[in-house]
Design a protein around this ligand. Structure first.
Ligand code: GLU
Length: 432
């Protein structure tokens, strides 16, 4: 069996400077945006950071203390919005970067939300179901003061899901003594959730890929895909592409990566993963390392796990022509120019994985209106949004001759600029 399939991106040394590295890239893109310098200044710090301790009574009677965060980056375009991550490598720098990316992401898809993110430093696989419920509820009690459907609206992220959101929404309702479903999105359908939210992140990436398919005249049967990470985002894009006839030749989870040149039977891989919590190695497939997966000779590479996976060390070996960033921050700033120089198109996270937050917005709209949309409505509106914004970013990229990330950031910064500078800038106040 191959080595651990994922790198450990958040090993203290790697994330200590994650936020600085993230902001530097935004500042670099700002040179291509028509914005007031005050916008970048305002965006250089989160509006509020909440760090909490969460004492948890374990099933065996012992007490453990967990560290939790909620970072509210910017709310100039609408309430703070962003997921809550349960992961052992969560730390302040990571949550801050993820919150900044949410602010950019909501602007890229032009939905009326700002950016936020939350997390708990915990390995959820070591907790029982009951312990996880207590932790989720305790997290909400710790940060409830800053949440609200018009203030800050969390959602699922890595290792949290619809059930986690159900616990959290329920705890919030208990605290405020009324139902307020719009305070959290990604809830189970039937409990205020929207149809189509579950696979929305993968589906948004899939819609982006369909636009590229048309632009590049791809034939699905002849187009190969490798997916790193087999959580919510990775599984759904693999499923949708496989159903279209694409050859998904490799997938990985946090333990292993499997590769089958003829193409994997994705529904069977998903069923096995669900039943056994690990990937199967089907007949004719073999296990490979994480770096081997990232460097496979495929047309499309989909990093769908964690940040800092494509680095200066492995980017020179990447052979994919297109990278669809379903994870947040999978490509480092040092890897970006290497991939660009090789002619690889990197569709950045703030666009490629924005389907999730877009359907979160649909859910919030339904909650506010007391209405329920059909699956077709959700899919149609998501597709229209992804298509429009993909082409807006693509056109900007062509005009700039820069990486697609630069174009997406520039567009987002201009939209943020309109909100942040609505009250005037130095130029207005200095005018006589
Ligand atoms: N956690 C997802 C993301 O990173 C979804 C956030 C949301 O729906 O608010 O985009």
């Amino acid at each position: 069996m191959s080595k651990l399939a994922l790198a450990t991106p958040n090993a203290a040394a790697a994330t200590a400077d994650l936020f600085e590295r993230s902001f530097e890239r935004v500042a670099a893109a700002a040179r291509h945006a028509k914005i007031d310098p005050e916008t970048l200044l305002r965006l250089s710090m989160p509006k509020r950071t909440v760090e909490v301790s969460i004492p948890l009574r374990m099933d065996d009677g012992t007490l453990r203390l967990f560290r939790g965060y909620r970072v509210q980056y910017d709310d100039s375009r609408g309430p703070f919005k962003g997921g809550i991550r349960f992961h052992p490598q969560v730390d302040a720098a990571e949550v801050k970067s993820l919150a900044l990316w949410m602010a950019l992401k909501c602007a890229v898809v032009d939905i009326p939300f700002g950016g936020g993110k939350g997390g708990v430093e915990v390995d959820p696989h070591q907790l029982s179901h009951a312990e996880l419920e207590r932790l989720s509820r305790a997290y909400v009690r710790a940060v409830a003061d800053v949440l609200g459907q018009d203030r800050d609206v969390p959602a699922p992220d890595v290792y949290t899901n619809a059930r986690t959101m159900a616990w959290m929404a329920d705890e919030y309702a208990t605290i405020v003594r009324r139902l307020e479903p719009g305070v959290i999105t990604g809830k189970p359908v039937g409990r205020g959730g929207s149809v189509g939210r579950d696979d929305a992140t993968g589906r948004g990436g899939y819609y982006v890929l369909k636009e590229l398919e048309a632009l590049r005249s791809w034939q699905p049967g002849r187009t190969t895909v490798a997916v790193q990470g087999f959580g919510n985002a990775g599984q759904h894009i693999a499923r949708l592409l496989h159903a279209d006839g694409y050859r998904v030749v490799a997938v990985s989870d946090s333990r292993t990566a499997v590769w089958q040149q003829a193409g994997l039977d994705v529904p069977q891989v998903i069923a096995h993963k669900e039943a056994h919590r690990r990937l199967p190695v089907p007949q004719g497939a073999k296990t490979i390392t994480n770096d081997e997966l990232l460097q496979l000779d495929v047309d499309v590479l989909v990093p769908a796990a964690l940040e800092d996976q494509l680095t200066a060390a492995n980017a020179p070996g990447v052979r994919a022509k297109v990278v669809i960033e379903l994870a947040n921050g999978p490509t480092t700033g040092a890897a970006d120019p290497i991939l660009h120089d090789k002619g690889a198109l990197v569709v950045p996270d703030v666009l490629a994985n924005a389907g999730g937050v877009t359907v979160s917005w649909f859910e919030w709209l339904q909650n506010r209106a007391g209405s329920q949309w059909t699956t077709e409505e959700v899919h149609e509106r998501l597709r229209a949004c992804m298509r429009t914004q993909f082409h807006a970013v693509h056109a900007r990229m062509t005009e700039l001759g820069a990486p697609m990330r630069t174009a997406a950031y520039a567009l987002a910064l201009e939209r943020l600029d309109r909100a942040l500078c609505a009250g005037g800038t130095a130029a207005d106040f200095q005018r006589r």
